[in-house]
Ligand binder design. Sequence first.
Ligand SMILES: [Fe+2]
Ligand SMILES: [Fe+2]
Ligand SMILES: [Fe+2]
Length: 420
Amino acid sequence: MGVIDSQNVNEIIRRTLSIINPKIIEHGEIVGYMLYKMLEFERRYGEQELLDYTMLGMLHDIGLYREDGLHNVADFETAGSPWSHSIYGFLFLKYLSPMGDKAEVVLYHHLDYSRYGMVKNKYSHVTECLALADKMDNFMRCRETKIKDNYFSKYRNIQFSGEALDLFHKAEKEYGITAKLASGEYRRELSDIMSRGVFSEEYKKGFLEMLVYSIDFRSEHTVVHTMSTVNFAMQLGRLMGLGAKDLQSLYYGALLHDLGKVAIPLDILESPGRLDEKDMRVMRAHVRITEMILSGLVHEDVLEIAARHHEKLDGTGYHRGLSEKDLTLPQQIAAVADILSALYGKRSYKDSFDSGKIRKILQEDADNHKINKQTVDCLMEHYDEVIAKYEEQKDETIGLYLSIKQQHEEIRKRLEGIAP
Ligand SMILES: [Fe+2]
Ligand SMILES: [Fe+2]
Ligand SMILES: [Fe+2]
């Protein structure tokens, strides 16, 4: 029993990324669909593999989302060098999603076909097909993307694989891909494909984690904040004796609680000083946006944990101004975890506080009937242990964050050496 249905995972990704730039998501779906039809025609791969590759096709430009200022960019592919987003996409998918090694397909989606011999790629066939589908969609949107009419005759086996193009034509003849794209019918087929696959809990969890962390990647503080909120929430939930079902909801609620920050500009997220009234209002909108993204797609319990993390027991919180009687224990635990994470973590405007100060603030909040007193008491009793457990995990996450940044640089140098 899961709290999020398989096909909804995709819809959450879609709604979230659409906020940044709906064109990239549409492009991803078209490319994913074309790739699926090409591979379906070959009958070479099993159902699960096909599903994985379709997901990779849909998410091949996910690395673009870590860049700010993407709102309203029509020709996003050429907005910068193609390497950066290919590499980030590859690393996010490889380390943060269930795709593992298959993520290589994304790494090379902008590499010219004539240079394939210069890299080792276990998945070169799918890469060829993905790269072709990517070019095909850019070609169909040529008014925005500058691909010329004679592109496919001129650059055969230079920029793209001729074999992949032939495969596309065969699949086009069999399935009428372009007609389905034009009529919009592909969307229904794509969601059918997605709903046919039953994702394991791990698979769903992996994709949602990847979504959250690849957006959070815009700012190290945010990555650490999300991760520590999840960690503290789970520890507090266990200490407070929550059952398995509540713990699961708490996990997803905490993971997704700040998803709405996707809509908040980086200069507000990373503001070096305290926010003024106007910016604060923008910042506060993140809860409403989180709620909007998740509504109808996750179990009510998860939605409410995520959407109520800034509510206070005395009714002074936001965005609904609910009070104690409306807030369940898991919701109240998530709120404590969020505050603890904010106090303990470094922010752009503050260093982390020492434990004396953190304990004092939390105690005051509990005494003033802002946050759940039992949870705070329980935390006080186990404070050092909770922090120690978190520190263990934090090293891993920051390590992963730093390692992704470092690998990004190394791969970029290597690829620029091959194809400047
Ligand atoms: Fe791309
Ligand atoms: Fe693309
Ligand atoms: Fe928040």
